[in-house]
Design a protein around this ligand. Structure first.
Ligand code: SF4
Ligand code: ZN
Length: 732
């Protein structure tokens, strides 16, 4: 193991702090020190500085104060021959460097220099990473689909090596940030030259061309501690422990190292993120260079990814079906444009559907893939469009009829995760495209069957003992089975409709988010899905069958203590245990008293608007102001971390149209403001619910951002349309 050079880290820190000071002085001279600043879509000011010191930087003069804090961490710059060999000094300097870099980036935003556009390729880097991204990725992080983050700094020796490294990370489902350069080259440029699709969808995110831009992923990762961990701003020890224990990040440094790379690396090492370099980093300098052991080297680019995964101690389980293209969630976001498309199915162009069907054990043969249809081979050779039915027959001793829909919902991911294959929709409104490259690599219709068989086994092991897949391509077959499938979908919907909270004696917990928010428990009932929107009652039931000791546990409801607010003895008992004593009691159907806790990955936030005697709802990603005077990002900051906050609650989008939505507080008639996006996407179900509540046309009496973003105008609007909330009993 080789060692990082403290003197380089200290020297780099001095350089960065000086540079930040100069930039700040210049900007203050131009704009005045009261000039306000905020990064896009964050509630955490300059997040690294805020997490570590608790000091909210809001103006240029605040930056001066923060830079003063950075300077306090600086140790004297080592002289050439008198290197001061102390680990602690390098680490302190590393943190000073991160502060300086964060301030520099803020100043660059003020000057309109961020995000950077690459002059050679015209590519626009991501720049600052928002809170929304942190929340969007929440579930993938906790359920293990995304095992970690990589920061690649510099450039690979050649374009092909860059592609190879990044593909390997993608296949392991690791989110990769790119920054910095080496010898006038960068991994971002190398990938662009090779036509690799960059961005959040493919999990390769270039943040900026300089080493200093590495602060973006770092200041983003520390927000996991603020958002999910509920750690207090200023409690730097808690944050550093959290990032080390729970945020699985690491760096690959490609190409030569300089002082700035060393000092930024020292900052990252503080957070518990190690690095592997591909150059011969010096070991111990004869004069006693300060050292520490978080930097490794690996010259072989075939081994470098594996090496860093070992160094960080990541657990990676990747299930890949035997198909001729790459496979993994990183390929899920790929789009296939018309020009790149070889063939398509469904999408209202041809009849198509997908259907999971429960069978008896003796009726099917495990692993059998059948492609039936006259001339399907020739037709597939020609490209264009074709009818397609995918029928997945499953059998298993623990299989239940109710799990058909749970398994079927995964078909989207099963197919989409193949590189060069794209899937949208479900049931009989699905749409599949295969691109020319996948075809060239040997992908066939049989592989659609293989993918579904392999992944159904792997995702539902212990429910499913046998999987057989039949693919039909003749229009008459597709149409015939489509009728059968439609009847089955209908029957399923009917059963699901009858599945209500009062009809079952068991709810389920979801504890997945405890890896980030240790006291958070989602209580999931038939009429209330998890707040991330990804798990409903049936999903949890299936998950418990698959893994009885996993993150979804049955909760016996016990005795009803309060029917209005939805409080049960069994749930309270369970909650006390599962939250480690942090929670005493929970009311399922109110926002006003002991409501459900929120981890941080909620799809929407409900908040009371006392003046309007109702509630408002805003979804993640909405950046505008709301009538409670807070944006989503600020609201989210007050709701997360696994605590109960009466008057505020994170929820899954579909809960809004549940009969149990705030039923103890008066139900959907309490909704006075809701974003246009929510209104549009829920319209049909919402109208049905409003009708049931005796308030037809309610949706149009609910204000949205096009009507108002403050409570005064909201009240005017509500009075004008005669919103029912104004007549209801006081919510407080
Ligand atoms: Fe996290 Fe709740 Fe979603 Fe489970 S259901 S992943 S605990 S938010
Ligand atoms: Zn969560």
């Amino acid at each position: 193991m080789s060692k990082i050079i403290a003197s380089a880290a200290i020297r780099g820190a001095h350089h960065l702090v000086r540079q930040a000071e100069e930039m700040l002085a210049k900007t203050i001279a131009e704009k005045g020190e009261h000039t306000p600043f905020e990064f896009p879509d964050t509630a955490y000011y300059l997040p690294m500085i805020y997490a570590m010191t608790g000091f909210p930087v809001k103006t240029l003069s605040d930056m001066k104060v923060a830079l003063g804090m950075a300077k306090e961490q600086l140790h004297p710059e080592p002289e050439e021959n008198l290197w001061k060999p102390y680990l602690g000094e390098a680490l302190d300097s590393g943190m000073a460097s991160l502060f300086a870099e964060e301030i520099m980036m803020a100043l660059r935003y003020i000057q309109g220099l961020e995000p950077v556009t690459d002059p050679e390729t015209g590519y626009v880097y991501n720049g600052f990473i928002t809170d929304t991204i942190q929340r969007n990725l929440g579930i993938q992080l906790v359920d293990g689909t995304m095992p970690g983050f990589a920061a690649i700094i510099g450039a690979a020796p050649d374009d092909d090596t860059a592609v190879k490294i990044v593909r390997e990370l993608q296949e392991k489902n690791i989110l990769t940030f790119l920054s910095g350069h080496s010898n006038g080259n960068s991994v971002a440029r190398q990938l662009l030259r090779k036509g690799i699709e960059l961005g959040w969808e493919t999990r390769i995110v270039p943040v900026g061309p300089d080493t200093e831009h590495t602060i973006y992923p770092l200041s983003w990762s520390v927000r996991a501690s603020l958002i999910f961990g509920g750690k207090k701003p200023g409690d730097f020890r808690a944050h550093l422990k959290y990032t080390k224990d729970r945020v699985f990040a690491f760096a690959l440094v490609l190409g030569e190292l300089d002082d700035i790379k060393w000092t930024t690396g020292a900052g990252a090492i503080n957070m518990g993120y190690p690095a592997v370099c591909d150059t011969d980093v010096p070991v111990i300098h004869p004069t006693g260079v300060c050292i520490y052991e978080e930097v490794e080297k690996e010259f072989d680019h075939d081994k470098i990814v594996q090496k860093v995964i070992e160094v960080r101690g990541l657990k990676i389980i990747v299930e890949k079906p035997p198909i001729p293209v790459s496979y993994g969630p990183a390929f899920e976001g790929e789009r296939i444009r018309k020009e790149d498309m070889f063939i398509e199915f469904g999408g209202a162009r041809t009849p198509a559907f997908e259907w999971v069907r429960m069978r008896e054990m003796e009726e099917i043969e495990d692993g059998k893939i059948l492609v039936t249809g006259e001339n399907w081979k020739e037709c597939f050779e020609q490209g264009g469009k074709m009818p397609l039915a995918i029928i997945i027959d499953v059998a298993g001793r623990k299989m239940q009829k109710d799990f058909e829909s749970v398994i079927e919902r995964k078909v989207h991911h099963n197919i989409n995760e193949a590189q060069g294959v794209w899937h949208m929709g479900q049931r009989d409104i699905n749409w599949i495209r295969i691109n020319h490259n996948a075809k060239k690599d040997g992908f066939t219709l049989e592989h659609l069957g293989i993918i579904n068989a392999t992944m159904t086994h792997s995702r539902f092991r212990s429910i499913v003992d046998k999987v057989q897949v039949t693919v039909y391509t003749d229009e008459k077959d597709v149409l015939k089975f489509q009728e059968e499938a439609r009847a089955a979908y209908k029957e399923r919907d009917r059963r699901l409709g009858g599945l209500v909270d009062d009809a079952v004696d068991t709810f389920y917990s979801c504890l997945l988010c405890q890896s980030f928010a240790p006291s958070h428990v989602c209580v999931i009932s038939p009429e209330r899905l998890g707040l991330c929107g990804a798990y409903n009652w049936l999903d949890c039931k299936a998950a418990f069958e698959i893994d009885p000791t996993g993150g979804n546990q049955p909760i016996l409801k016990g005795d009803l203590i309060d029917s209005k607010y939805g409080r049960y003895t069994g749930i309270d008992e369970y909650l006390k245990k599962a939250s480690g004593g942090a929670l005493e009691t929970l009311n399922l159907y109110t926002i006003m008293e002991n409501p459900m806790t929120s981890c941080g990955c909620f799809e929407c936030i409900v908040a009371i608007v006392p003046e309007a005697n109702g509630v408002m709802i805003v979804q993640r990603g909405h950046t505008g102001m709301t009538p409670v005077g807070m944006k989503f990002s600020t609201l989210a900051g007050t709701v997360g971390g696994g605590t109960q906050n009466p008057g505020f609650m994170g929820i899954g989008r579909n809960f809004i149209v549940s009969r149990k939505f705030l039923s103890g507080d008066g139900g959907i008639k309490r909704v006075v403001w809701m974003t246009k996006n929510l209104k549009e996407s829920l319209r049909e179900a919402f109208d049905g619910r409003a009708e049931e509540e005796g308030a037809p046309g309610l949706l149009d009496k609910i204000a949205d951002e096009t009507v108002c973003e403050d409570s005064e105008k909201l009240l005017e609007f509500l009075a004008g349309v005669g919103h029912p909330a104004l007549e209801m009993e006081p919510i407080i």
